[in-house]
Design a protein around this ligand. Sequence first.
Ligand SMILES: *[C@@H]1O[C@H](CO)[C@@H](O)[C@H](O)[C@H]1NC(C)=O
Ligand SMILES: *[C@@H]1O[C@H](CO)[C@@H](O)[C@H](O)[C@H]1NC(C)=O
Ligand SMILES: [Zn+2]
Length: 437
Amino acid sequence: MKFAQASSLLLLAGLANSCLLPEERAGGSIRKSLNRRQGNSGKAVGKGDRFNGGSSFPRGLGSGNATDMSTILNVNEVATGLQGLVNEYGITTFATPYKTYEGRTITGAKIGGTGSCNTKYHIYLNGGIHARERGSHDSVLYFISDLLYAQKHGTGLTYGKKTYSNADVLKALSTGIVVTPLINPDGVNYDQTTNSCWRKNRNPKSSNSRDPQSVGIDLNRNFDFAWDLKKWAPSVSSDVASANPSSEVFHGTAAFSEPETQSMKYILDTYTKVRWFIDLHSYAGDVLYSWGSDTDQSTQPYKNFLNSTYDSVRGITSDSTTTRYGEYISSQDLNNVRTAGDRFGAAMSTAAGRKYTVMQSAYLYPTSGASDDYAFSRHIADPTKNKVYSYTVEFGFGNSQASCPFYPTVAQYTSNLQETNAGFIEFLLAAADIGLE
Ligand SMILES: *[C@@H]1O[C@H](CO)[C@@H](O)[C@H](O)[C@H]1NC(C)=O
Ligand SMILES: *[C@@H]1O[C@H](CO)[C@@H](O)[C@H](O)[C@H]1NC(C)=O
Ligand SMILES: [Zn+2]
């Protein structure tokens, strides 16, 4: 499916419609297709624990003799898989200080780096923020499993048509990587046990009993980046996020109202030298770089998300950035974030032979409160904070036969994993080349 290219061309041509992201657009048609496609949930979700509480450990696709991947990893297997990696490789895992609404712990891991103190980690990879985007947490967990195996055994890694040497693996690891494979465990547990194509978390705080869709917050609209809808042009403010709890893009009662987004902020606050960040989503076949608010411009620094003068015009990507508004990014930063994006997008395209598009986030659709914009905006809102080059990666191309197009087929799951994992290692190598400090 070429949703992404089509929507970006439409927006570029000034024909911006009031539709949502491919993700949400697909979501909107789901209730219709549910009746027709009932029963087809794509590749099945695992029911047991293939890591036996951590007594065996995950192996990804890249290192050969992978874990049994006949099913998708369930929520518990993310925890037992991480425990397996602790047992096998002695890595460090941690819990963020915030429990989810249903009482789950959000677990992270840190690998590589040139020393163990927090300032030696320059990369942050996040998975599973949108519950139904199946394969996201699998991609992150299996990727670090591959890096660790290849390090320990002195081997390289192969993802489809992309091959990396052991020297590449060591260089990739030297960047210092923090991961949260599954940031939205409540949402994923609900989605996996109901096949309901669930996107949000499961916090019922703003819900009403008349509409089951009113449960949950869209975590990727809950970050503190132009969260207030008053910061957006009236013509786009109902699309960049929503104050309606029944919406798929309900942004919560305040920025950072949710333990999941608080956990991601905690990681950026704790690992103060993170320079590069990917939030892993599906599906659109896109690598999206900053900004996601409005068209990038590098000549007028005063036109930025902090300046309320532009609240009435922010988010209209079809207008002129010179006379109206575009989001400021220095030409050096734009060059860096594009260069790395082009490089790892090309690796994703080569891995399984499906073409990824590398473009600015806002050309997919302008968004309020998204993680990539928040991460990159931190150093502008507070100059004591580190600059974080940020991406939203939309892996995969959708399953038109399933009740929910985010549920991959068996074959799509494998291609998705090859693409995300080749993309991740190329991203780390690009980050090392462009700079970590
Ligand atoms: C592959 O992994 C399985 C399970 O861990 C193991 O029993 C088998 O010996 C491995 N095969 C090779 C060729 O390494
Ligand atoms: C905001 O934009 C206005 C209009 O261009 C400008 O005069 C003002 O200096 C800007 N404010 C900041 C803080 O840059
Ligand atoms: Zn998503």
